[in-house]
Design a protein around this ligand. Structure first.
Ligand code: BGC
Ligand code: BGC
Length: 838
């Protein structure tokens, strides 16, 4: 191929802040994040080590074999481990990932959870093989209530709780959640998330209480106290409480472009003052475990960061529990894979979350201790930390899970007392953004049309991390104790002499007095929720609202979402607009606020105030209180009460995308981002690749979504002849990135190279390109795990590329034999030592 990619776009687009770069990104220093622990405030542990307990730990350690010790460092997922294996390998812990449940059935009955907990416990304490028999502990994502278990009380997701600005409410929620976890015999929840989401494109924004570190810090304390009981009181880790795990340490909400598991290209003080804010107070509140984060800080993955995990978390913050990894998070550390990672343990991780990789990482860890790559002292230290937490939690004395207090009291799951706490939380989380002519509160004798696909849909109102990982496919019948938003409205209106008619599409035969339209985002979790902008898409709800408006029927929008979203057309078409976030199982809490008393007075006023700034345009993803050029549509702290003037002037309906989407993001989750598109080209011609699928003219390169490991957020390209894949778009000036010594960063996996010669380049149409040869590196990495590679922009420039005008920011030229899986491509700061070879 002579012409690497047709230059189909000739317009030169120069964004005001410099094409292709993130706001502020240019000034960040690519130094692999040198951090000085002395810059971090020092606090002492609140938990005085008990001499008796220390003796007991030392005694156990002395009796444990190396194999038993290494077993304690492993947490396996219940879908890939049997009780027999827990016994044979002396595993320290098990978990149920979002996708796992007893018998593989996410909607199984609660007694099955308890029965399985008994099985694991019995196996772990079986000493017939001569071992010491340390009780296993079971961790779960009880992140908005005991959310994996059928019938449990489901609270609003953290973002909604943030709106309530009520730390004591968090204590109550923690207390109730812990008790419901106890009912099923489990020991530990991977909560609270104390991320401070600063870019709302991030799919986990809803797991964050606020963009404001102070609010998150206050919440972290009360949530940990609710879950574990307050330190220094009898309730601390008593039979009603579970272990907590503030997560994800640290910088998960700081990643560039809000990309899940991405890189936090921020300064040390931003990391400390904003993103780490929840940890010191959570640790003072006695948090017994902390989960390491997937993200990196300026190129270095947290799971391998000794400065952060040991010098700061333990040394400065006084953390005296154990550090748990995230789901195969160790596998992303440089030089590691899911199945081997001494670097992580050496950095200060105490327990690997090795869901499906536990047996292999057990073996490789054992070998690394035997070879001296991991010291015995480090192993003893990690095991001691795990044993200490288990002792504090009382698991050595607690006995069989089903015989512990509250275990098996299944009536407590979704009990009326617990539901009342959740319903109260729902009321307090609602934020009123528009209320023209005082439409709300509604009179209880009104005839109300209830429309929208969220109106009678508990699965949608509960969001991700509900019964299964993504929270998808859940029907009302899967929430035996829950109420939909419609259920609550019907009850309130009928009690007041009015009516509620459910009509999902908003059609009616008799004109109602008013309509309530419930719509918004469908459930997602983690990276599945990463978005290219903060535009509300697909935008359902609008059509119903506009129809109602045209017919003169006043409409109230109840907007379900995991983040603030640009929804100006929807706001314009509504007379009242309520941001309801992801309220959970108690939909009735919404009617409590929307429907007032017969005399027109409210039953409950709106108490929610924005803990996240609301975007002015679809490009306002990184919009946070305190920004220099802060210009939100609704500011942090905004939110109306019934007494306020609720008029909102007509809002502009141009979303402001996609040009504002950073041009430096080239591929995200296997798809071209923003202005970019992908072409597959060979001697016979070219085709666009859409939805990560397609082929070049004569099929010399074919692209499929996902690939060998079925990871859907990637694409896999297979070459059977000479062909090129080129990302293409408007000519863009990358000189500032080039001067800033940035690099093209690729996340990829090499499945085969064959005899292919592989070149990666940038271009601006025919004969204007610069390539570097990466064949050697790909051959080395052939068959291995995911790789993150960098090619400094200067390498392309040296090879002839003109950086003032780049219309192909990524070109891959290869021949038969290459099979390459691609995740993301981005212009970013690179680690200090990046050469040109990837
Ligand atoms: C998530 C964690 C979660 C863990 C176990 C990971 O992928 O990042 O938040 O606790 O899985 O489900
Ligand atoms: C699990 C989640 C986990 C995720 C990690 C899923 O299969 O169910 O718990 O967080 O993988 O990517």
């Amino acid at each position: 191929m002579k012409n690497p990619a047709p230059s189909l776009f000739t317009v030169t687009v120069l964004a005001a802040c410099g094409a292709g770069q993130e706001p502020g990104e240019n000034s960040r220093i690519p130094d692999q994040g040198s951090i000085n622990p002395d810059n971090w405030p020092k606090q002492e542990s609140v938990l005085v080590r008990d001499a008796e307990m220390e003796k007991r730990i030392a005694d156990l350690l002395a009796r444990m074999t190396l194999e038993e010790k290494v077993g304690q460092l492993m947490q396996a997922d219940i879908s890939t481990v049997t009780p027999d294996q827990v016994r044979d390998f002396n595993l320290g812990a098990v978990l149920n990932g979002g996708g796992s449940a007893p018998g593989g059935d996410n909607r199984t009955t609660p007694d099955k959870w308890l029965a399985l907990a008994d099985e694991f416990w019995r196996a772990s304490t079986d000493t017939s093989d001569g071992g010491v028999g340390i009780p296993v502990i079971w961790g779960t994502d009880a992140v908005h209530g005991h959310s994996n278990v059928l019938g449990a009380t489901l609270f609003p997701h953290n973002i909604g709780l943030g709106m309530a600005n009520d730390p004591d409410l968090l204590y109550e929620i923690g207390r109730v959640t812990a008790l419901e976890v106890r009912v099923t015999g489990l020991d530990w929840t991977f909560a609270p998330t104390v991320a401070i989401a600063r870019n709302d494109r991030w799919g986990r924004t809803y797991e964050s209480y606020s963009e404001d570190p102070n609010l998150v810090a206050a919440y972290a304390v009360r949530m940990v106290e609710g879950l574990q009981g307050a330190v220094g009181t009898d309730e601390f880790l008593d039979a009603t409480r579970v272990l907590a795990s503030p997560k994800h340490f640290v910088g998960d909400g700081a990643t560039t472009n809000g990309r899940d598991q991405g890189d936090a290209a921020i300064t040390e003080s931003e990391l400390r003052d904003i993103h780490a804010a929840g940890y010191p107070p959570a640790i003072l509140a006695g948090a017994q475990t902390v989960m390491a984060s997937y993200n990196s800080f300026r190129g270095r993955k947290m799971h391998g960061d000794k400065t952060m995990l040991t010098d700061i978390l333990v040394g400065r913050m006084g953390f005296d529990g154990f550090v748990i990894g995230d789901w195969n998070g160790h596998g992303q550390v440089d030089g590691c894979s899911n199945t081997t990672c001494p670097a992580s343990l050496n950095a200060g991780l105490d327990m690997f979350m090795a869901p499906d990789s536990w047996d292999k990482i057990y073996a490789s860890t054992l070998a690394a201790v035997q070879s001296g790559e991991i010291s015995m002292a480090r192993v003893d230290e990690a095991v001691s930390r795990i044993l200490r937490v288990k002792m504090r939690a009382g698991v050595f004395e607690a006995g069989l899970p089903s015989l512990r207090p509250y275990a098996g009291e299944f009536d407590l799951l979704g009990s009326s007392e617990h539901k009342a706490v959740a319903r109260d939380a729902v009321r307090k989380s609602l934020v009123l953004l528009k209320n023209e002519d005082g439409l709300l509160p509604l009179l209880p004798d009104m005839n109300v049309l209830v429309a929208g696909d969220g109106a009678h849909n508990i699965g949608k109102q509960a969001g991700g991390w509900t019964l299964n990982w993504q929270g998808t496919g859940n029907l009302n019948e899967h929430f035996p104790n829950g109420t939909s938003i419609f259920d609550g409205l019907k009850e309130a209106l009928e009690a007041g002499g009015g009516t509620a008619v459910l009509s999902e599409d908003g059609s009616y035969t008799e004109a109602p007095d008013v309509a309530i339209v419930v719509f918004g985002e469908d459930p997602y979790a983690e990276f599945e929720g990463d978005r290219p902008s903060v535009e509300y898409a697909p935008g359902d709800g609008l059509e119903i609202l506009q129809r109602l408006k045209a017919s003169g029927i006043p409409a109230v929008s109840v907007f379900l979402s995991g983040r603030p979203l640009w929804a100006n057309p929807e706001i314009n078409a509504s007379q009242a607009f309520v941001a309801a976030w992801l309220p959970g199982s108690e939909g009735s809490g919404i009617a409590d606020v929307l429907v007032g008393n017969a005399d027109g007075s409210p039953r409950f006023d709106f108490r929610g105030r924005l803990s996240f700034s609301w975007p002015n345009t679809a490009a306002d993803a990184e919009l946070n209180v305190g920004d220099d050029d802060y210009n939100p549509l609704f500011a942090f702290g905004d939110g109306l009460g019934f007494e306020d003037d609720g008029a909102v002037a007509m809002l502009p309906e141009e979303p402001g995308r996609p040009d504002e989407i950073p041009k430096g993001l080239i591929l995200a989750n296997g798809d071209p981002a923003g202005i970019w598109r992908i072409l597959a080209i060979d001697a016979a011609g070219f085709n666009w690749i859409a939805n990560s699928r397609g082929a070049s003219g004569n099929g010399s390169v074919r692209v499929v979504q996902g690939g060998r490991n079925k990871q859907t957020d990637t694409m896999t390209a297979t070459w059977t002849g000479d062909a090129t894949i080129a990302v293409t778009g408007p000519a863009t000036d990358f000189t500032r990135q080039d001067n800033g010594d940035m690099a093209l960063r690729l996340e990829y996996r090499v499945h085969s190279v064959g005899d292919a010669v592989v070149q990666i380049g940038m271009g601006s149409g025919p004969d204007k390109s610069g390539f570097v040869d990466v064949t050697k590196r790909l051959v080395e990495q052939n068959g291995g795990d995911w790789q993150t590679g960098y090619i400094p922009l200067s390498c392309f420039e040296d090879a002839g590329q003109d950086m003032t005008s780049v219309s192909n920011p990524l070109i891959i030229k290869a021949g038969a034999g290459l099979v390459l899986q691609l995740g993301s491509a981005e212009l970013l700061a690179h680690p200090g030592d990046a050469g040109c070879a990837l």
